[in-house]
Design a binder for this molecule. Structure first.
Ligand code: BGP
Length: 466
């Protein structure tokens, strides 16, 4: 190490790993007993909405190749790994009968991960709803919270001995925004009142899962994973600042506050009331939310949220959308990942950390997703290996900001990259590659990228110098 390099050493026991999800990695195999979920159904009716018409059955074949993949976790230095159980795999109809094939599969996967000495975080819901429940109104129908509670309890009872930590939902605001406000995810509705109901039911379900988890095992820690970012206003003009405040209420505080503090922000409650969007709540439900807070948080961070005052003015009778409250702001001169089109703003991770420290009781948290998607990544292959120096630089830049926050007292206990192997990603299918490991779509061959070797060194050294 040369004199002028700075060493970024992380606290003892800091965890290094990656995240994936069941629907994006497992794939389906004949006879596996998996039921249809909202993605399978949507693909069956509108395949053209999926990049390259590649659907959810053709994900990175983890169902078949998990032994090989778990070896790769070891080779790339994982001390922690997050995946999710597919509700529709375990309970094909969403409620009732348990698919024994699924129990065998998940127990084999989880046992092997534990054998390798890797901490296992398991998420219960990553945008994947059993289609049988979607047909009954999905998250718009309040009955679903009890179906989810029963599913969560089944998972705790079947797998708690193998799981280090549980997670209730991944980025719950995404299905709200994409499914009920933006026509990006099934059921492709644009209905603000339904969106608010979906968000409320999801929060209630999450709180019920926290309760069930602690009832099954009072020692076990459970979190929610949120895509957090402070909303940065275009300027200090009061209209921009107001827009940023509302964006933050909708996008982050709507789940962060009830999950960590046990209650909704007053401003949010007032705002949705003003527009006649309030969901039906009861004192008993609000008490469930108040009394069942998460033990820790997972934070996904890719890009900042930059907003400005809205340009659209809402008129009674019109369809209400987020654009009536805030408009996206495309900041000139921003640093950008040209291979994905997303802004890169490393300091966002520091701001999130300080916000959690100061406004959320410095609750324990981990980065559960951060990463760099690259379209056409094969262009960077040399001597059989993807030379993804840009990814290494991206991770280091974010880790420097994270390190700074930890030195200032942030309670962050680990960093998980999205993701360990190139995987299928919803509407984008395999367009954007994120993995430490390359997946050859033709042969299903797995090849560790340069970043995968580098990640092992990072984990072994518990830091890096630059
Ligand atoms: C996150 C999701 C992941 C993954 C990632 C990359 O929001 O939690 O499931 O999809 O985004 O997304 P994309 O492939 O669209 O770049």
């Amino acid at each position: 190490m040369t004199e002028d390099k700075v060493v970024y050493h992380f606290p003892e026991g800091f965890l290094w790993g990656t995240s994936t999800s069941g629907p994006q990695s497992e794939g389906t195999e004949l006879g596996d007993g998996k039921g249809q979920n909202n993605w399978d159904y949507w693909y069956s009716i509108e395949p053209e909405r999926f990049h390259g018409e590649i659907g959810p059955e053709r994900t990175s074949t983890f169902y078949k190749n998990f032994k090989k993949d778990i070896e790769l976790l070891v080779e790339t230095g994982h001390t922690v790994f997050r995946t999710s159980i597919q509700w529709s795999r375990l309970l094909p109809k969403g409620i009732g009968e348990v698919n024994q094939e699924a129990v065998t599969f998940y127990r084999s996967v989880f046992s092997l991960i534990k054998e390798k000495g890797i901490q296992l975080f398991v998420n219960l819901y990553h945008f994947d709803l059993p289609y049988a429940l979607q047909e009954q109104g999905g998250w718009e129908n309040k009955d679903i919270v009890w179906a989810y509670e029963a599913y969560a309890r089944t998972c705790f009872e079947l797998f708690d001995d193998l799981v280090d930590r549980w997670i209730t939902f991944n980025e719950p605001i995404v299905p709200v925004e994409c499914g009920y406000l933006g026509d990006y995810h099934y059921p492709c509705k644009v209905d603000a009142k339904a969106a608010v109901a979906v968000a409320y039911h999801t929060q209630l379900a999450s709180s019920l899962a926290v309760k069930a988890c602690h009832e099954v095992n009072p020692e076990k820690k459970i979190a929610i994973v949120l895509n957090l970012t402070p909303a940065y206003p275009r300027s200090e003009h009061p209209d921009d600042v107001k827009a940023a405040k509302i964006a933050e209420l909708f996008q982050t505080k709507s789940f962060l506050d009830p999950s960590v503090l046990g209650e909704y922000p007053r401003d949010l409650v007032d705002l949705i009331e003003e527009y006649g969007l309030s969901p039906e709540t009861s004192e008993e439900e609000l008490a469930i939310i108040r009394e069942n807070r998460v033990d820790f948080l997972g934070v996904n961070y890719y890009q900042p949220l930059r907003v400005q005052a809205p340009t659209k003015v809402w008129k009674e009778g019109e369809v209400l959308t987020p654009e009536h409250f805030f408009a996206p702001y495309d900041m000139p001169g921003k640093k950008i990942n040209p291979h994905r089109g997303w802004e890169i703003y490393e300091k966002g991770i520091y701001d999130i950390a300080i916000n959690i420290r100061d406004q959320y009781n410095n609750i324990e948290w981990l980065v559960t997703e951060n990463g760099m998607g690259v379209e056409g990544e094969v262009a960077f292959r040399q001597d059989e290996v993807i030379q993804d120096d840009y990814r290494i630089e991206f991770i280091e830049d974010h880790l420097i900001e994270l390190h700074r926050a930890i030195e200032e007292g942030a309670n962050c206990k680990g960093y998980m990259l999205w993701t360990f192997i190139d995987c299928w990603s919803w509407l984008n299918a395999y367009k954007n590659r994120y993995g430490l490991v390359e997946l050859d779509l033709e042969t299903q061959e797995r090849r560790i990228k340069k970043s995968g070797r580098w990640f092992k060194a990072l984990s072994d050294a518990n830091g890096f110098s630059r």
